[in-house]
Design a protein around this ligand. Structure first.
Ligand code: ZN
Length: 442
């Protein structure tokens, strides 16, 4: 992915910062280092599938204190979408005057100087190139590689990685296993997002490969060093329950700065993602150590971790046949209720393991089968994604995406709304709400 990074400054003719803004806080070499960090993360996390090349405008682009773009005024005094869009259009024109075509890259990151903007970062969610793929980063994050990775992640159809807190509130940035969660320690996207991007190959289980009462044993290499994960599609017997993703994460490569509650654990996520252009939230469900288990009651699935080691995580996946063991399951040594115990080891079997149990047929559970062949991530038949859905922009009301310059004349009416721009939240500790945090930045 080709990226053009444009540091912006709003200055008077004398070179002073315009009212409402200030000069940049970071040097071009510092910006280049952060851009390089982002490129390294993409390369590492994608196992070399997505290489980021970037050009940083040097020196920064200086704009006037106000202006208009296609008849829409902008200034540095406010931070409406018309303002950030106007800065971007004006920056493109300024760079074109330097001989740098706005079309030289597919993605453009505009580095916003100290301003009225309360966001940390903004990025269109999904961008197929039918309009300019843009990202904005606020002044404090010009030198933070994870901020670039996060916002550009929105451009390639990722949305936030969230988690339900114990009180049931969904914190849309609360998944610390993904760079689409809270900023800023280095880590890759989570397993469902990696699969969405085509970076992760999963062993997949579904109704045809995981029968009621069946337990399968799987060794999961670390996702941090191997493009391996596991996906359980439960739609065949539990419609409406999102697919379950299981992955093992260790502090290595792009995951070098994994948080303590993620590193060296087996992670469980759920997400309804159907294809590479399906911008869907992901939900963190569990981070398991050896001996840990997580159960999804509606689908009757239990994920259990037997051991963790350098060669991977030994994990079992059990699909419940019924709420309790039966004489037949006890006799056959099948974990029908997915409590992790079978036969005589299971207390619930004590009543069944008498002489009468021996005549019962085994339950309708096939023997453990080897895992099915790995499936590549889904891809739409056409590389062209669906048009982005209009969503309310978190900053101000949406404005039109920029027409391709030069515009023959100002549009008589506003074209379609801009695709949603999503904010990047600040670093931990998590705020009471992302919106409040954006305002509180810092
Ligand atoms: Zn975001």
């Amino acid at each position: 992915m080709s990226v053009l990074v444009i540091p912006l400054e709003g200055t008077t003719a004398a070179g002073a910062a315009c009212p409402g803004t200030g000069l940049g806080l970071y040097t071009v070499p510092q910006i280049k280092a952060a851009v390089s960090d982002s490129a390294s993360l993409y390369s590492s996390c994608s196992y070399g599938k997505t290489m980021q090349t970037a050009l940083v405008a040097d020196p920064p682009v200086r704009l006037n204190c106000s202006g208009s773009s296609n008849g829409v005024p902008w200034s540095w005094a406010t931070c409406s979408f018309d303002d950030i869009n106007g800065w971007a259009n004006a920056a493109d024109e300024a760079l074109a005057a330097r001989g740098v075509s706005p079309d030289a890259s597919f993605y453009t990151v505009y580095l916003v100087p100290p301003s009225a903007c309360g966001f940390v970062g903004l990025g269109y969610v999904g961008c197929d190139g039918s309009y300019k793929c843009r990202v904005w980063l606020s002044a404090d994050y010009w030198a933070t590689g994870q901020a670039y990775a996060h916002e550009l992640g929105h451009n390639i159809y990722l949305v936030h990685a969230g988690k339900y807190n114990p009180d049931g509130w969904y914190d849309e940035y609360g998944d610390w296993s993904s760079w689409m969660g809270y900023c800023c320690n280095d880590r890759c996207p989570n397993a469902p997002q990696m699969w969405q991007l085509g970076w992760l190959t999963v062993q997949q289980y579904d109704a045809s490969s995981l029968a009621p009462g069946q337990t399968v044993q799987v060794t999961l290499p670390s996702q941090s060093t191997s493009n391996s994960g596991l996906r359980i599609d439960v739609s065949g017997w539990a419609p409406g329950v999102d697919p379950i993703f299981v992955s093992y994460r260790t502090r290595a490569a792009g995951d070098l700065q994994l948080a303590d509650d993620v590193a060296g654990r087996v992670l469980v996520h759920q997400a309804p993602i159907a294809n590479s252009f399906d911008a869907q939230k992901t939900v963190w469900r569990a981070a398991l150590l050896a001996g840990g288990a997580w159960a999804q009651a509606a689908a009757g699935i239990t994920v259990r971790v037997a051991s963790l080691g350098s060669s991977g995580a030994a994990v079992s996946i059990c699909r419940q046949g019924g709420a309790a063991e039966t004489a037949a399951s006890c006799q056959a040594g099948v974990d029908w209720d997915c409590d992790g115990l079978v036969g005589a080891a299971s207390p619930s079997c004590s009543a069944f393991l008498g002489s009468s149990a021996a005549v019962q047929p085994p339950p309708c559970s096939p023997p453990v089968k080897p895992p099915p062949p790995a499936r590549p991530p889904p891809r739409l038949p056409s590389p062209k994604p669906p048009p982005p859905r209009p969503r309310p922009a978190p900053v101000q009301k949406p404005s039109p995406p920029p027409p391709k310059p030069p515009a023959p004349k100002p549009p008589p009416s506003r074209p379609r709304p801009a695709p949603a721009a999503r904010p990047l939240p600040p670093a931990r500790p998590s705020p009471p709400s992302p919106e409040a945090a954006l305002i509180r930045r810092g």
